[in-house]
Design a protein around this ligand. Sequence first.
Ligand code: NAD
Length: 740
Amino acid sequence: MQVEAFRFEVDADGVATATFDVPGRSMNTLTARAVADLGAIAKEVASNPAIKGLVITSGKSSGFCAGADLGELGGGGSAGEGAGGDPEARLRAAFNGAYALNGILRALETCGKPVAAAVNGLALGGGLEVVLACHYRLAANDNPRLQLGLPEAKVGLMPGGGGTQRLPRIMGAQAAAPFLLQGESMTPDQARSSGVIHELAPAAELTARAKAWVLANPSAKAPWDDPKFKLPGGTPNSQTGSQVFTFGSAMLAKQTWGNYPAQKHILSAVYEGLCVPMDAALRIESRYFVKTLSTPEAKGMIRSLFLSMQELGKGASRPGGYPTYDVRKAVVIGAGLMGAGIAYVQAKAGIETVLIDTTEEAAEKGKAYSRRIVEKDVSRGKMSKEKGEALLALIRPTADYSLAAGADIVVEAVFENPAIKAEVTAKVEAVIGAGAVMGSNTSTLPITGLAGASVRPENFIGIHFFSPVERMGLVEIIRGEKTSEETLAKTMDYVLKIRKTPIAVNDFRGFYTSRVFGTYPTEGLTMVAEGIAPAIVENVGRMSGMPMGPLEVSDSVGIDTMLKIGRESAKVTARSYEQDPVGDLVAWIAEAQGRVGRKAGKGFYDYNEQGKPSRLYPDIGRKVPVKVAECPPEMKAELVRRFLFRQCVEVARCFEEGVITDARDADVGSILAWGFAPYSGGVCSYMDLKIGIPTFVAECDRMAELYGERFRPNALLRDMAAKGETFYSRFGPKAAKAAA
Ligand code: NAD
């Protein structure tokens, strides 16, 4: 037998060991080759009379297996491809492809000989599914990085190697639901108490113990292959079982608004699969797997949330040709909300941080933010006391600019005021070296303008963090007119070092993220100004997949801030902001009603003591009488289109104007920065896959006639529609490579 991804040996006792060890990789994934090897191993174990049983383990110190090779799944686009134009043949090919692993694991499970898994570390997705198909499952109790879970749903996929069938048969459908539907990982103790793992032991002892179990249990078989098997929690048709699925469906609809096909398919596969014996159940799972894989949601989510995130996390948009810039010392100026958070993430990454404010006391206040996070983490056992102390020791609060000497990078986060920003830029540049990067965390001021205050504008760059800094994974890097490629490369290295995902954009008021995101609350306010009941606007906003309704977003941003930005932008037009119905509403609530948003405890919503919205402000109806108080399905669909298309058409303008240049940046940025309908894979994937560019253009033209020119497609979109292009064919990584 020839295997490549495994090493296969049989010992003197007749126990075979298959050691999973994909050559040339630091972590195992279930590549096509690995699946084929597993098939060969299953055959050999079943047919060779000298073999008494099998132990499956890993040759990688990093763990057992990280799951399916999503790169091989081709961004989800490969279901049935290669089977030509016949749709039935394509479906059959897709099913056979999807069923391959299920068939192999089932053959292993029913081979008549005992099979044990010895899991030394992480086993996720398909990795855990291989483990679940083994009769006896051992895991390491001395590896803090041990992780067990089925995270497929997080990228729009579903488990397809028996996970939806074996997990509920082991722990019951209700207990299995969060692991299957939300992709949560389980702790080793959870795994042990629920029966996912039978035995926890030190990693070094796992294989020996697994072998001993194999020898002691020659006639092992899976519990569900015993005619007396009873499903934990009852079958779906029993009284308790049926409740799980009735409430489960309702909960799922409430949480996802039906936007996530994977979750729907998982629940169906579990329900239908638990009603039939295992062999039929696995075929049901494979059918739902194929169905899920071919949805635009799976394609978009795998591409953006897995492949592109991985690429950007490795610096895909970093200019080449510059050595890695190792940031050891960094300065943060302004120890307010943002500066305090930036200081924390730097120190967490081991960077010596000088935190400057107008007084040492103000700087200390900023450091206290890190102290609070560290104390919480230490008290919850997430961080050791020593590590916490070492982290805090890296932050030096001060008002003394001379301490900035020798810094590799500066991030300025003082008030949003060009004069103050200019002053601190001059002060710090007088101290730092000629090679240091000078960054500004401004959220609205054009970088080229701010760079005017710099003696080295080629070193000046926008480094736009999002709040709360320690939780938001994205950093938007903005090139000014004079920013050098080297500065961009250095800044990317800094962002990667603090473990954030960087996207690179060009200078424009609002840059990419704020400019596009701003259209969402504005569209919601436009609807309210048209007389659509605020509750409908809010609910449909969330149903569209946005994390908050547009009025709640306005409250979070600050209605006074929106008013300021609105008035500023209106200066270049002939009309005042208040002449616009949205401006009129914003000015009314912020000024006449004195309700500036969440920070004041009142805005479009009233807020309770925990800062949570308690009810919509009922007097909005005094300003704008409600004309539309009901929302039939076709109206809901139209409002969803208004919310999402409005943002997307702005994205197309950003591409046309060169504000953004890479579809991966646009997609990942839209999900991480403002939570654009994650099921779509982001703004570009929404247009490319979910809607299709020609339909998008036609719909935007229709909406422009009905609601205004803001929906009018630009020349770029029309050109793409005419040429049959997508954002990924025109602005994706392949297009960029071809242009280079
Ligand atoms: P903030 O008001 O909380 O903090 C500003 C800090 O700067 C204060 O501690 C203040 O004392 C200090 N400061 C003012 N003048 C100074 C000077 N001359 N020298 C040193 N320190 C000085 O503001 P923030 O919300 O942290 O915002 C800071 C910057 O980040 C702004 O440019 C803002 O636009 C941008 N930003 C904010 C957010 C957000 O969500 N708040 C998000 C992204 C970017």
